[in-house]
Write a protein that binds this ligand. Structure first.
Ligand code: GLY
Ligand code: MN
Ligand code: MN
Length: 432
């Protein structure tokens, strides 16, 4: 079986005389003896394509024979009758392309052999306490028996290599993310079509997630946010329990996870399908900012450039609306705008909704975008219902507009353009 390109690339990037130990996610208790639905660790899945718990990948590019070893749960007819099929040790070779595979129970005794002579061990300390201890103890033992063993000199975070790889998406990854975006776009559009005053936020949540699953998404990529009226001013509102009223706006922030990759879309629209004058005024400030920032996206532009543009446009809008008074530059300098815009313009998107990859270059500068990076552009304005010295008509309005944008060699491509966001488009769709 040919090596997964991600694995081959990691081997190329690893230091000579090093070995990487990458661990699957553990299962997580929900309550008593029930567990949350399993979600594989993104790094592990990226590298191996294996979605089983209790698995460890060992990558040793300098090894003569087994450069890629998997430790997995062995086949077990009784356990499999309860929990489902396992690849097992044989499957780890046949299905996942490992050069060698062992029962996970053998990892402990093989650890010395695995790290012996490696100058550097790539291992992510701080996520698996038990494995952290095991590794530390093994290194201690090896130092005591330094005539027999050569203990590693360094432990480095494999994220430094893997996260830079994950940040820049391949053609295959872009195709999957386009599909994740299409599914979420369909769900948002369907919510616009179906919402009516009197419905509850959770009915819209159910509708959104029904579309996700019907179209093959494994789950929402994060907890779905359905905020009617002033609930939209709470950034991470996930109770989704209130009734939707005539005259309210509805903010939906929902994205699908498809084949391990996330989409992340926000739309805000009136429950009855027509914006009031006040809603329209606030919406236009956010929309103009969103369109301007999306337009800027191309290789070389930094997150800081995008943040500056967004902050300037939103703060100027706040002054125009009478939410703030004074000089725009000063309001920015003193961060007064944060009363109504308290996050940043967006984030990298990939296997994780807030994806990995550094926002800074080595010398601490804001990182210039490059082709293959996917990011969100998501400005918003949030005017709390009890905000002081704010014109009455704007109180309780929360608006965010969020799209997923691929940086291309020549500029950008919006992956989520199928969901309406212009006022006329939204009103036209909802009038039907
Ligand atoms: N849904 C989380 C975010 O937009 O960043
Ligand atoms: Mn986002
Ligand atoms: Mn979002």
């Amino acid at each position: 079986m040919p090596r997964r390109p991600q694995l081959a690339e990691l081997m190329r990037r690893m230091e000579p005389r090093s070995v990487a130990i990458i661990c699957s996610a553990s299962e997580t208790t929900r309550s008593n003896d029930t567990e949350y639905r399993y979600r594989q660790d993104s790094d592990f899945y990226y590298l191996t394509g294996c979605y089983e718990p209790e698995a460890i990948a060992v990558v040793a590019p300098g090894a003569e024979q087994d450069k890629y070893t998997l430790f997995v749960r062995p086949r077990d007819a009784e356990r499999e009758a309860w929990e489902g099929r396992r690849a097992g040790v044989e499957g780890a070779v046949a299905k996942y392309g490992a050069d060698a595979a062992f029962d996970i129970k053998e990892f402990k005794e093989k650890l010395g052999e695995i790290i012996n002579g490696a100058r550097n061990v790539y291992y992510r300390l701080g996520t698996h306490a038990e494995l952290d201890r095991l590794l530390a103890r093994q290194i201690g033992l090896m130092r005591l028996r330094s005539r027999l063993f050569r203990a590693p000199e360094a432990i480095t975070d494999p994220g430094v290599l893997l996260h830079e790889m994950r940040l820049v998406k391949s053609e295959a990854e872009i195709a999957i993310m386009q599909q994740a975006a299409n599914i979420a776009a369909e769900a948002h559009t369907e919510a616009m079509r179906q919402v009516r005053p009197g419905m509850f936020e959770y009915e819209i949540e159910a509708l959104i997630e029904y579309v996700f699953r019907r179209r093959g998404a494994s789950a929402p990529a994060y907890t779905t946010i359905i905020g009617g009226g002033a609930n939209a001013t709470v950034l991470h509102y996930v109770a989704n329990a209130a009734q939707l009223r005539d005259g309210d706006l509805l903010l939906i922030d929902a994205g699908a996870e498809y084949q391990g990759y996330a989409s992340d879309i926000t739309r805000t629209f009136p429950v009855i399908g027509r914006f009031t004058t006040a809603q329209r005024e606030v919406y236009e400030v956010v929309l103009e900012t969103q369109l301007a920032c999306v337009e800027m996206v191309k290789p070389g532009v930094t997150m800081e450039d995008l943040n500056q543009r967004a902050t300037t446009m939103l703060t100027a809008g706040m002054v125009r609306l009478g939410l703030l008074a004074g000089d725009v530059e000063k309001l920015i300098e003193e961060k007064t705008y944060k009363k109504f815009y308290m996050h940043t313009i967006g984030h990298f998107l990939g296997m994780d909704v807030h994806d990995v990859g550094s926002y800074q270059t080595g010398d601490g500068q804001s990182r210039p975008l490059a082709a293959g990076i996917i990011l969100t552009i998501e400005p918003g304005l949030y005017i709390a219902a009890d905000a002081e010295s704010v014109p009455d008509q704007y109180r309780g309005i929360g608006i965010r507009i969020e799209d997923d944008v691929l940086v291309t060699a020549g500029g950008h491509q919006v992956l989520t353009s199928k969901v309406p966001k212009e006022i006329e488009e939204i009103e036209k769709l909802m009038a039907r």
